[in-house]
Design a protein around this ligand. Structure first.
Ligand code: NAP
Length: 304
């Protein structure tokens, strides 16, 4: 019998991840703060929990995927939190991106009740969550990692045990330094291509498969050309992640000048009430400096 799984936080990522667990045959209980987001999954066979504690009481493995550090603390340690329902021997897996230090504190609190924890932040965007192709970077005990592997395999493709509790979150912050660097490189490259008068679709096609290619360029480049700012990952959450990076880098004494600059660009977009747009809208900050927008260009219309 597969273990009974609980899932807390059915946002952009959680919806797809929970659906893939159902498809893989795990008995699933879900909970979301905004109750209406549970409806599609309940229609597909999940049970609706009454609270995080209730989900924990009905599950062997409980997954969380909520926004920020205080939100994970609320659903795990808060009133009606997982810690009040989980049985000794159960396993909590946090897939949110949060502070590595807070992660270790939460793991210790759960251990006091005989409950294990893995930090298992994810990468791969809303597409990866929907398609079950996420990269998952896991911190915690090897035995817990091995126990959780079937659950991870239902949601992800590249699953790596990177060290003890907190290590998963640290590697996720490494991931985010790369993500925002790619986003800035893509923004500058597209502005340059537009000014140079080339067909931007052809330019993307030409460079994507070579040394300049990236997930960001292949997935979000076309969205920019369509001026489609719907979020796979919001600017608000991106700012949260860069703040976690800069905070950790400060404690480690590592200079990250490029990442610091990108934080300020995202900050200008949030100040313009664009925090709900996708993180590829970073290009709008650069467009403002350049004095023109990436439109796809006249060349696109001429050559299709
Ligand atoms: P999202 O669409 O904004 O969803 C956030 C989820 O967290 C919602 O279910 C929300 O409930 C819940 N939540 C937030 N605060 C809560 C609280 N205090 N108590 C209970 N529930 C709370 O975000 P997302 O894009 O799915 O991201 C979730 C996590 O995955 C974040 O840590 C993010 O950094 C990480 N992540 C996202 C991506 C991506 O591409 N989107 C990629 C990798 C990692 P409501 O529905 O009630 O608001």
């Amino acid at each position: 019998m597969p273990e009974k799984v609980g899932f807390i936080g059915l946002g952009i990522m959680g919806q797809g991840m929970a659906r893939n667990l159902l498809k893989a045959g795990f008995p699933l209980t879900v909970w979301n703060r905004t109750a209406s987001k549970m409806e599609p999954l309940v229609a597909e066979g999940a049970q609706a929990g009454a609270s995080p504690a209730d989900v924990a009481a009905r599950s062997d493995i409980i997954i969380t995927c909520v926004s920020d550090t205080p939100d994970v603390e609320a659903v795990i340690l808060g009133e009606n939190g997982i810690i009040h329902g989980a049985r000794p021997g159960s396993l909590v897996i946090d897939c949110s991106t949060i502070s590595p230090i807070a992660t270790r504190r939460i793991a210790e609190a759960l251990a006091g009740k005989g409950v294990s924890m893995l930090d298992a932040p994810i990468s791969g965007g809303s597409e990866g969550a929907a398609q079950g192709t996420l990269s998952i970077m896991v911190g915690g005990e090897a035995a817990d990692f091995n126990r959780a592997l079937p659950v991870f395999q239902a949601m992800g493709k590249k699953i790596t045990h990177v060290g003890p509790n907190g290590a998963g979150q640290t590697v996720k912050l490494v991931n985010q330094i790369l993500v925002v660097g790619h986003a800035l490189a893509m923004s500058e490259a597209l502005l340059f291509a537009q000014a140079g008068g080339v067909n931007l679709h052809k330019a993307l096609e030409a460079v994507s498969a070579g040394a300049a290619g990236s997930w960001m360029l292949s997935n979000r480049g076309p969205q920019i050309l369509a001026r489609d700012w719907r979020p796979g990952f919001t600017i608000d959450l991106q700012l949260k992640d860069i703040r976690l990076v800069l905070d950790a880098a400060d404690k480690l004494g590592v200079p990250l000048p490029g990442t610091g600059l990108i934080f300020q660009f995202y900050r200008t977009l949030q100040a313009q009430n664009l925090g709900g747009e996708g993180n590829h809208a970073l290009i709008k900050a650069l467009e403002h400096l350049a004095g023109f927008e990436v439109t796809g260009g006249l060349e696109d219309r001429e050559t299709g």
